[in-house]
Design a protein around this ligand. Structure first.
Ligand code: FCB
Length: 451
């Protein structure tokens, strides 16, 4: 990778960023906690993974990194590296095993201890309420296809807000609406594994309705710093043809514009409605006032670009991904740091218009191995350097970028791809569950604690 491959240090220290710029790491509940512990209810990820063929080697999050028991050690790793913030998620199924009704006291106590543990270590808690572990009982009722999910979710948000809201530095209802809706209901790659356009259209809308209802519920409790996090992929045409350019624009509209335009412009992109309109819930336009409930900041999750071409079928969305020529991560994702600054600028210019922006996820998977007690991951250090360089440029241009979170603290359960895709700054041995900080963790620690 790159001419600087092999470097062991970060190009930046904290002093190269504004004094109020925050550095953090991110994780999510199902990917690290261990869903079999502590009275957590079944989620649709448990049932999806229990169905043959859905996940690599049939792997699931039953044990994951056993963060449920090792959380104190994990928070120490965040604090010792010099991070300011920790982005984590709360499992709906752990808090409400049936999705609604009776709360699991053990689950709420767990998050209570976890948040206090962050504060004790000087870490600002950035909470996500939904990072994909939908209670199976609600999946039985149609999950994101059912409009009622908006009030189930608002009730859950209120419960969490009452218990933790006084100590959270920032809260976001949903991680990556595109994955919740399109990836899971159209492409069928994530739970519930559907490939159905009507289910997709409903999920695309209900996920935003649920977001808006949750924001209102938390605002009513007096909670502050409520945000929206969407994921973005830089969509480039596979060639110069008008057809490829149109396909890339449609990909961009589905992936990068639908959700944020719903929230900031009270509309959906026309080219997407051209395919989804017949399948949308009746009267969906009446929900835009709720969807557009004001937020205080916007989070950008960014990993890669995609080359897009027409697929020749003529059937919406009639596009396909084409293999690109840039160096790739273990996910087979092209490394394209310029896309990060493109989206930070676009979000500021078109949508957030001066609201604080955070990069809430960025990072890479690599085949990291423990050799003689240490893990060399020069590609990750290089990846982070190149993306931080792009982030820096947007700050120089005057964009109010306020922080950058790395995905992820630990090697963890990478959803349908199982445990082999290692994104962590800290290596996890999935037999012993031992944690070993990688070279990237040490490099970041040097950069963040310098001076
Ligand atoms: C994001 C997810 C996160 C992780 C990374 C690699 O889309 O939010 O859980 O899987 O990708």
């Amino acid at each position: 990778m790159g001419e600087r491959a092999g470097r062991q240090a970060m190009d930046y220290t904290r002093a190269d960023f504004p004094a109020d710029f925050r550095f953090g790491v991110a994780t999510s509940s199902y990917q690290i906690e261990g869903a079999r512990f502590g009275g957590c209810g079944p989620s649709h990820w448990d049932t999806f993974a229990a169905t043959p063929g859905n996940t690599a080697r049939g792997e699931d999050g039953a044990t994951a990194c056993d963060h449920y028991h090792r959380w104190a050690e994990d928070l120490d790793l965040v604090g010792r590296a010099g991070f300011d913030c920790y982005r984590f998620s709360i499992s709906w199924a752990r808090v409400l095993p049936e999705g609604a009704g009776q709360a699991n006291a053990e689950g709420l106590d767990f998050y209570d201890r976890l948040v206090d543990g962050m504060l004790e270590r000087g870490l600002k808690p950035f909470a996500t309420l939904y990072h994909w572990d939908l209670p199976a009982a609600l999946a039985d009722l149609g999950g994101w296809r059912n409009r009622d999910i908006a009030h189930w979710f608002a009730d859950y948000a209120e419960l969490v807000g009452r218990r933790l809201g006084d100590r959270l530095a920032a809260t976001v209802p949903v991680n990556e609406p595109w994955c919740v809706a399109w990836l899971s209901h159209f492409l069928g790659e994530h739970a519930p594994g559907l490939r159905d356009i009507r289910a997709t259209a409903r999920a695309m809308h209900h996920v935003l309705l649920a977001h808006g209802r949750a924001i209102s519920a938390m605002r009513a409790l007096g909670m502050r710093n409520l945000g929206l996090i969407t994921n973005f992929e830089y969509a480039a045409p596979a060639d110069e043809s008008a057809e490829a350019r149109a396909a890339a624009r449609l990909y961009d509209a589905i992936y990068n514009r639908w959700f944020i335009e719903g929230v900031f412009k009270k509309s959906y992109p026309q080219e997407v409605l051209a395919g989804l309109a017949p399948h949308m819930p009746d009267g969906y336009e009446d929900d835009f006032d709720t969807i557009a409930t004001p937020v205080d900041w916007v989070g950008i999750n960014y990993y890669t670009r995609k080359l897009i071409a027409p697929d020749g079928t003529g059937q919406f969305p009639a596009l396909k991904e084409v293999e690109g020529s840039l160096p790739k991560t273990l996910m087979d994702w092209e490394i394209h740091p310029e896309g990060l600054s493109f989206f930070i600028r676009r979000v500021n210019r078109e949508y957030a218009k001066g609201l604080p922006i955070y990069v809430t996820e960025n990072g890479m998977a690599s085949p990291d191995r423990l050799v003689d007690g240490s893990v060399a991951d020069p590609d990750r250090i290089e990846f982070l350097n190149r993306h931080l360089a792009e982030a820096r440029r947007t700050i120089d241009d005057g964009v109010p970028l306020k922080g950058y979170f790395i995905w992820s603290l630990l090697d963890n359960y990478e959803w349908a791809l199982g445990y082999e895709k290692r994104f962590g700054l800290v290596h996890v041995d999935f037999d012993t569950l031992a944690r070993t900080p990688k070279a990237s963790w040490h490099a970041l620690r040097a950069a963040l604690t310098a001076g």
